[in-house]
Design a protein around this ligand. Structure first.
Ligand code: ADP
Ligand code: MG
Length: 657
């Protein structure tokens, strides 16, 4: 039978069971074949209990006499069961699996397998694999696959229907990878892969079979990236430059800056200039830590576009950032570009102006009908926008595709650069302007708040000029993207309390429900040093560049990813003064604390992102907006070796020769 046939065509699967299988994503025979065991129980060496020898791996079958939980003196949870067959009895011991007393009851007959050792001077199998004796009697002298299960769908039943499906349809499984790739990378064929995983006779090829599936998955991701890239390169850009066309003007602009570009910035400017020479549009992602100076690079790109005779749009995620970009870029380009416009966002107070450089928030894409054809679109903090929003600003009916420059402070591990971002060119600003010191960081237990406040107070009072300012960040209460009334209330309560604690300092609160003008006023006052302590509920709004911001407190720090925490602390110490960061957390989860502690020792955003990616996985780290990686079933996104190999493989197959 064809493997695309409905799962109901498998012997033993009716409408009812099909509904249950659907919960596992299994609709067709093919889906069933791709429902891969998560582990195996090795029941090959079945022995009577009496013959179970210490230090050997054995499998036994017997009746459970008793099973109970206990705690060790060190607080570990132990489950002990007594199992018996005709030849004798022995104990089974598990750690931290107290649910087992519900899953296994006295009187049950189970198969248990594992290494025999001593426990409290008695023979026992420590942490055995187990499963209840199945009516099919398939539990002995074999390797039993254990599948991801769901209510009403057991591994025993999955084994049965997979076998039925295999008997009727395995001859219909066609190879899905190109022959030459299979040969070159010594992969198992697809039929062998699936057979090995569902019906292993030993474990010799299981690893290879897994590898084949991972390889294929990553290979498709790479092919997809190459295809998108090729498609992009087919387009003709709105304009391109002749070699050296605007060298003089660009040099003059760089000369006129109040600082010298770092060499990292210079490299990126060169990358960007080279992009403008090509006939297809630029598609470049500029990544640089907070404070690495991305804005000036954006200004230079916008200036080149202006010289070429086309407008630039710059879209930022918040009003505050748009405003700040407007000021910075206006001051850099004041005598060079005639008209720089700010499109303000809130619908009621719509101000809409056209210019040579048009800066704004989401308002830009809401109002895109009114915009002219762009030469360049710059998107700051690109991950804050949905893929759709970005696309709508870039691909517009009746207009050619502009050059695109996206900017992010979120570090992109190499593995992601080569997969999710595989169709873009990447530039890295891996250097901060001279004189910045790493921000001193401590993970602090919640009960030490008072001490921290006292310390901050002392810092402010003991400084005469350029008094240090403090930012306090509260994450949203639930993990939603939008601020709720409860969030505002919690922050307000805290605000009132802190006004009391710092009665002789000026404390202000910034939250998403304030009017844009109120927000701007507060941000302006913080930038100018009038406010000593600023409490904020929102992470992005603190994208402010305040010269005397020196201390940052992050509450419930465990809610944030390391990359975000690193960005947050990048807000302080921006003028070469020593910055301080307190990460408060009430968690007692060891792993979480360990993750946070990485902030104390690591000061490289990329390194932190890699640690986070390893500990929490791509879905958590990069959110839902980054398509593709969250859904990998077999391959690991951090597997650089696999990425490299499949990338090469995809290139081989995309080459027409
Ligand atoms: P980000 O990369 O976080 O967007 P910005 O572009 O806001 O950083 O720059 C942060 C601060 O550093 C700004 O005040 C900017 O004027 C300053 N800056 C940028 N480049 C340099 C440089 N090469 N030398 C000194 N200061 C710089
Ligand atoms: Mg920026």
């Amino acid at each position: 039978m064809d493997i695309s046939a409905s799962i109901t065509s498998v012997t033993g699967v009716g409408e009812k069971s099909a509904e249950k299988l659907e919960r596992l994503g299994i609709l067709t025979i093919e889906d069933l074949f791709y429902h891969i065991p998560s582990r195996y129980l090795d029941f090959r060496n079945a022995v009577p209990i009496k013959q179970a020898t210490v230090d050997e791996t054995v499998s036994i079958t017997g009746e459970i006499w008793e099973i109970s939980n206990a705690f060790t003196r060190r607080g570990k949870k132990i489950t002990t069961a007594v199992i018996s067959d005709e030849s004798g009895t022995m104990e089974l011991i598990w750690f931290n699996q107290t649910y087992l007393t519900k899953a296994i009851q006295p009187g049950d007959v189970i198969h248990a397998a594992g290494n025999v050792g001593w426990w409290a001077k008695k023979k026992a199998i420590i942490a055995p694999m187990w499963q209840k004796e199945s009516p099919e009697g398939d539990g002995l002298n074999t390797i039993l696959p254990i599948y991801p299960e769901t209510e009403g769908v057991t591994s025993a039943w999955l084994r049965k229907i997979t076998k039925n499906a295999w008997d009727s349809s395995s001859n219909q499984i066609n190879e899905t990878m190109p022959e030459r790739i299979i040969d070159k990378y010594d992969l198992l064929s697809l039929p062998r892969t699936l057979e090995t995983l569902h019906f292993p006779k030993d474990f010799s090829n299981v690893k290879k079979a897994h590898y084949r599936l991972s390889f294929e998955e990553m290979f498709h991701l790479q092919q997809e990236a190459l295809r998108r890239r090729a498609e992009w390169d087919q387009q003709e850009s709105v304009f391109f430059l002749q070699k050296d066309q605007f060298n003089k003007e660009v040099d003059q602009l760089i000369e006129s800056l109040p600082f010298t570009l770092t060499s990292a910035q210079t490299h990126v400017v060169e990358d960007v200039y080279a992009d403008f020479l090509r006939k297809s549009p630029m598609n470049r992602l500029v990544q640089g830590d907070v404070g690495s100076g991305k804005t000036v690079v954006a200004a230079i790109a916008a200036y080149i576009t202006y010289l070429a005779g086309y407008p630039t749009f710059l879209m930022a995620p918040t009003e505050v950032l748009a405003q700040q970009h407007y000021q910075t870029i206006s001051s850099i380009l004041k005598e060079k570009v005639s008209h720089i416009a700010l499109v303000s966002g809130s619908k009621k107070t719509d101000s809409f102006e056209l210019g040579d450089i048009i800066i704004g928030t989401h308002a830009l894409f809401h109002q895109r009908e009114k915009l002219p054809e762009a030469g360049l679109v710059i998107i700051d903090e690109q991950h804050k926008f949905g893929v759709e929003q970005r696309a709508q600003l870039v691909f517009r009916e009746g207009h050619r595709t502009p050059h695109i420059m996206t900017m992010t402070a979120t570090p992109i591990p190499r593995s992601l650069a080569l997969t999710v971002y595989g169709d873009q060119d990447l530039s890295l600003i891996d250097e901060l302007p001279p004189g910045r010191k790493p921000v001193k960081t401590w993970v602090v237990e919640d009960h030490k708040h008072e001490k921290a406040y006292q310390w901050i107070h002392d810092q402010v009072l003991s400084t005469q000029k350029n008094k240090p300012q403090t930012l306090i960040v509260y994450p949203l209460i639930d993990d939603s993207e939008h601020e709720s009334m409860a969030d505002v209330k919690a922050a307000t309560t805290e605000f009132e309390y802190l006004q009391h604690v710092f009665s002789d300092l000026r404390v202000e609160l910034l939250h998403g429900r304030l009017k844009p003008t109120e927000k701007n006023t507060i941000v302006e006052q913080f930038r100018s040093g009038e406010i000593d302590i600023l409490i904020s509920t929102s992470v992005v709004e603190v994208g402010i560049d305040a010269p005397n911001a020196t201390i940052i407190i992050v509450e419930n720090a465990e809610r944030f990813g390391l990359a975000t925490l690193h960005q947050l602390r990048g807000r302080v110490g921006r003028r070469g003064q020593q910055g301080y960061c307190f990460l408060f957390s009430g968690t007692d989860d060891e792993l979480t604390l360990q993750r946070l502690k990485a902030m104390e020792t690591h000061h490289n955003g990329l390194k932190l992102a890699e640690i986070d990616l390893e500990l929490r996985g791509p879905g958590q780290v990069f959110g839902t907006q980054q398509h593709g990686v969250g859904e990998l079933r077999f391959a690991k996104i951090t597997d650089l070796d696999l990425i490299q190999k499949t990338r090469d493989a995809a290139k081989i197959t995309s080459d027409p020769n």
